[in-house]
Design a protein around this ligand. Structure first.
Ligand code: SD4
Length: 316
């Protein structure tokens, strides 16, 4: 069995490319890197890679992680500036014996020494959003809205699995702020014998539940990926509301070692891309009703096309 699941419709083209690799017996590791790079390289997605929105000092700082579900190798970068493909750097770091999570200048130095492609990741479009937002913001405002980290779980014919994430984090975040995405067990987690999960949303809250680990743990105890995702999101959401008065956006995807998949969210606009040996490449829109029940419906072509059109339309 092979399969892949990813957060957000933006992963569609990458997952499509990755699925041809998986079909032809490619490794889940190469497939995941291919899928994530496609999102990182696309200039119109505002929260991953090139074109990602900057921090409050107008610098694009990127977080990414890569985990191998067989060896448990984990590598990540955080607050990395000026490199094209953080996912590839995270994958490379996962193979190091120590020093697996590098931040800022240290991460950049590692990337430079190891020959990764340098790139100015701040686009004119991202600068435009920055200037516009800076004018709108009063000190008291919470600048964050929406969330679009790419998170992927990948399964190959050899029953190996991996998981990974890539993001520019929160728009207007503080310099040096690190979200859940590069944190093992929060942004992603995977065990080839069980399955993997990945998250997107407000990192500060996702981390409080170690949500990706929690989903894998629940699958290990026998839950389906869907049950595990729903339970993890609903319980963390409830706990945050009870103890803290509100919960940030929490959205997750998971796939188990059999290629079964699940997803859950506490918002109204989440979407996922999935495909496997038995599941044709599809985009689902996911939402949650007031009782915490998940509704997922196949996205039609119009919605799929409109998603890109909205994000690439000319700036006012
Ligand atoms: C973070 N989880 O840095 C990420 C944000 C996200 O676009 O999903 N963003 O908190």
């Amino acid at each position: 069995m092979w399969g892949m699941i990813a957060t957000w419709r933006m992963a569609l083209e990458g997952v499509e490319k990755a699925s041809s690799l998986l079909k032809e017996n490619g490794s889940c590791f190469d497939a995941l890197e291919t899928a994530v790079k496609a999102v990182e390289d696309f200039p119109f997605y505002k929260s991953v890679g090139y074109g990602g929105l900057p921090n409050e000092e107008m610098e694009v700082e990127l977080d990414a992680a890569f985990m191998n579900g067989t060896t448990m190798d984990f590598g990540a970068v955080a607050a990395l500036r000026d490199f094209a493909n953080p996912i590839s750097i995270a994958r490379s770091l996962s193979k190091e014996p120590v020093n697996n999570l590098l931040v800022g200048d240290g991460a950049a130095k590692y990337a430079a020494v190891n020959g990764f492609e340098r790139k100015n990741m701040l686009t004119e479009r991202a600068k435009h959003y920055y200037e516009k937002r800076r004018k709108e913001l009063s000190q008291a405002d919470r600048p964050y809205d929406g969330h679009d980290t790419v998170g992927v779980v990948s399964l190959d014919h050899n029953s190996e699995m991996c998981a990974g994430t890539s993001t520019s984090g929160l728009f207007m975040k503080r310099r040096g702020r690190v979200g859940d995405s590069p944190i093992c067990g929060s942004g992603c987690y995977v065990d080839s014998e069980i399955g993997g999960a990945s998250a997107t949303g407000l990192g500060e809250d996702l981390m409080k539940g170690c949500i990706s680990y929690e989903i894998v743990r629940r699958m290990k105890e026998g839950m389906t990926p869907q049950e595990a995702c729903e339970m993890a999101v609903n319980m963390l959401d409830e706990r945050l509301r009870k103890q803290r008065g509100s919960a940030g956006d929490l959205s997750v995807v998971a796939m188990n070692a059999k290629g079964e998949w699940g997803c859950a969210t506490n918002i109204e606009t989440f979407s996922v891309v999935v495909c496997s040996e038995v599941q044709p490449l599809s985009v689902y829109r996911v939402s949650r009703d007031h009782e915490g029940n998940m509704k997922r419906e196949l996205a039609d072509q119009e919605w799929i096309d409109d998603y890109v059109a909205q994000r690439s339309k000319p700036l006012e």
